[in-house]
Design a protein around this ligand. Sequence first.
Ligand SMILES: [Zn+2]
Length: 87
Amino acid sequence: MRCAHATQVMSDELDGASTAEDRLAARLHEAVCPGCRRVRVQLQGIDRWLRNATVKPPEPGGLSEDARRRIRRLLRDQQATSDKPEG
Ligand SMILES: [Zn+2]
């Protein structure tokens, strides 16, 4: 196995897309290749960082119940005053 293939397998492994055969071959390659051992450590570090950095994007209209209540009250108050008969 070449380094390029070994690192590809490592990356696939993190994505859950590698075969057991590939993983074993990559492990055997790492045993004799310090460069690829370093790559694995880096890949795992990036993978962990990405998982932690994944933040749920704010949803439109994602207001808290309290905020929605306040807005409803404001709208109701406005309607109530504008509904008053003039004069
Ligand atoms: Zn290698």
